[in-house]
Design a protein around this ligand. Sequence first.
Ligand code: ZN
Ligand code: ZN
Length: 415
Amino acid sequence: MMVTEQTMEKYAELALRTGVNLQKGQALMINAPIEGADFTKIVVRKAYEHGAKDVHINWVDDELTLLHYENAPDEVIATYPEWKVKLHNMYAEDGAAVLSIRSTNPDLLKDIDPSRVAKANKAAAEAMTTFRKYTMNDKITWSIISIPTGDWAQKIFPGKSKEDAIEALWDAIVKIVRVDQDDPVAAWDKHNEGLRIAREVLNEKNYKKLIFKAPGTNLEMELPEGHIWKGGSAESEKGIVFNPNMPTEEVFSVPHKYGVNGTVASTKPLNYGGSLIDHFSLTFKDGKVVDFKAEEGEDTLKHLLETDEGATRLGEVALVPHESPVSQSGLIFYNTLFDENASCHIALGKAYPTNLEGGSAMSNEELDQHGVNDSLTHVDFMIGSEKLDIDGVHADGTTEPVFRNGTWALDMSGK
Ligand code: ZN
Ligand code: ZN
């Protein structure tokens, strides 16, 4: 059965209420694929019903993006337009909510020279530094969701026709984001409560170090003093509760940028800006990547690591039990929003300052002294599986199981 108008309405409602938590009189900026115009128009209509004062849409289209990469000269590829920066900063300064609908074909840029893609990514990251502060410090409310698009759906379901693949992907997404439930907003409240318990247990534990062991992985990761585990809903500077990612199944914190040693192997393919990196591993010494290899996309991985100094260090550690609904779907989505929520993951690049006590108010130097990484980039990749064990090491050296066989070994029942 094709996705119904009613399901799309429920999803749009969920994105506006539980996602960005749009307030009366607030502006909303949406990044949306043209293929998803039907859904996006529902979101816009509902946003105005909720009292939005203005809704602005940045349409994106895979075909047009590809034409740009194929044809534009290098100097255009390496420049991010000033007007786009201004547009984003103006909405952010005005306190707008930002909803991003991400549905890119993971193979879109596979035939484009990775150095051109890297140049474009870097230019965008540099240009958007100010805007990124608004989102990464929770100064505004923001949320990332996805809806099916044809090429992406067929990548996940290669045997199906475009229509059938889109339908199958709608089915999967609707379940994963709990829109199949009678009251998705209430289901999310309950889900967020579970994540709140998990992050509180870990904050209470206050581990000095985590040790990851799995096939190809033996990694010791220090956590900085004053690190905070977060997860589920977040709270903006103005006290508005929102969900930055839908789905989200993770609790996450910040690794010490100088305190990571050993090797970690990826467990799922990584779609990095339209290029795939797969079956890769990274070796760290004192927080820095000193060796890497990839069976697929090694060049792309190299460019990612060369973005800047911070791109060779970690900015996030996230724990996700293997029985998460995304994992249960059994699908590989080739889309980080989903795949990272099926699996424990870590991120190369910038850390969230909000993962450190007082971090949002610290200068870059202070964050560095506390072991919090900075970079133009932040790229999550998946390291979890049913074979992953994690130990937690306390300050006094005592060690206990945190994860066994890919899931919690700690009591997360809240009792
Ligand atoms: Zn994460
Ligand atoms: Zn991340």
